[in-house]
Structures are given as structure tokens and as C-alpha cells.
Design a protein around this ligand. Structure first.
Ligand code: COA
Length: 137
């Protein structure tokens, strides 16, 4: 049975392995700093005692829209895909968002992420035709 739980400092190394699968580059994760940020809720899913997936919810206050959230960094280990873990992660973040009285959830996902886009649609996300501008700082 998969176990959903909050991300903890002890998950740091496993999370970095997952992030490598997500981004294709090495990520240095400072778990203590991440956990200290009250605006970020990070969850993991364990299967057979292994941290097999990670997802996060960023909560923020939009001047025109009130409390909203953004889902970021969703990843399931390639050895554990297709078993419903990704769906469980997203459904849990939606539940947390509702518990936090967030009015809206957003996320971005590039067209190449076919599985992710199908997952988001099947959970109830609608694709909006908004153009995203990004500046790396
Ligand atoms: C997206 C991802 C998290 C899904 O995790 P998963 O545990 O394999 O997904 P699930 O088994 O819970 O499947 C949930 C739904 O996703 C969709 N899906 C999953 N795998 C799919 C695939 N290979 N092709 C198309 N749709 C797929 C389906 O809608 C599926 O629902 P169904 O089983 O009822 O058909 C995983 O594929 C992943 O980590 N991908 C690489 C990282 C990534 O793209 N992250 C998202 C960044 S925006």
C-alpha cells in the first residue's frame, strides 16, 4: 500500500534523485530551507519503503484573486509509474489546497509531458490559453 506523507528532512537525498529524473540536471536541495518556508507544502509517496514520488503546493496571495496555489515539481520515479502514485499525489495536493481555503490552483506543464497533462486533465484541471513569461534570476 502506498503511503502519502509530508516531505521530511530525511528524504533529501531521495528527493534529489527524483528531481534529477524531473529536470535532467543535478539539483542541490536544501531540505531544511525548503521545510522552513511556510508557503510551500511538500508531500511524498512511499512504496515498499522507498520514496517513489514527490509533489509540492505553493500557497500565495494574489492581489486580485485572494489565496491561490500553484502545483510544482511533480515527479514519480520511473520504476513506479503507471500505478496510480502520481494521481494520489495530485489528489492529495488538491485536498490540502481545499483545507487551506485556496480559491484556485494553477500549474504549467510543457506539451512534451504527455502523461502529466493527461493526469492533470483527468483530475479536473482545464488548459488555459495564457502565455507564460519567465525570467530566471
Ligand atoms: C506525470 C507522472 C507524475 C504521472 O505519474 P504516474 O504515477 O505514472 O501516474 P498514474 O499512474 O497515477 O496515472 C494517472 C493518470 O496519468 C495519465 N498517464 C499516466 N501515464 C501515462 C502515459 N504513459 N501516457 C498517457 N497518460 C498517462 C493517465 O491519465 C493516468 O490515469 P489512468 O491510469 O486512469 O489512465 C509521471 O509520469 C512522471 O513523473 N513523469 C515525469 C515527470 C513529469 O512530467 N512531471 C510533471 C511535470 S509538469
Amino acid at each position: 500500500m502506498p503511503i502519502l506523507r509530508p516531505f521530511e528532512e530525511k528524504d533529501q537525498n531521495q528527493a534529489m534523485k527524483l528531481f534529477y529524473q524531473l529536470t535532467g540536471t543535478a539539483t542541490i536541495l536544501d531540505a531544511a530551507e525548503l521545510l522552513a518556508d511556510q508557503a510551500v507544502e511538500c508531500i511524498v509517496i512511499e512504496e515498499d519503503g522507498i520514496v517513489a514520488g514527490f509533489a509540492s503546493l505553493i500557497k500565495y496571495y494574489l492581489p486580485t484573486g485572494g489565496k491561490v496555489g500553484k502545483i510544482e515539481d511533480v515527479i514519480v520515479d520511473e520504476n513506479f509509474r503507471g500505478k496510480g502514485l502520481g494521481r494520489k499525489l495530485i489528489e492529495e495536493l488538491v485536498k490540502i489546497a481545499k483545507e487551506n481555503n485556496l480559491k484556485k490552483l494553477q500549474l504549467t506543464s510543457s506539451p512534451s509531458r504527455v502523461a502529466a497533462r493527461e493526469l492533470y486533465k483527468s483530475v479536473g484541471f482545464e488548459m488555459k490559453d495564457t502565455n507564460v513569461f519567465v525570467m530566471n534570476l
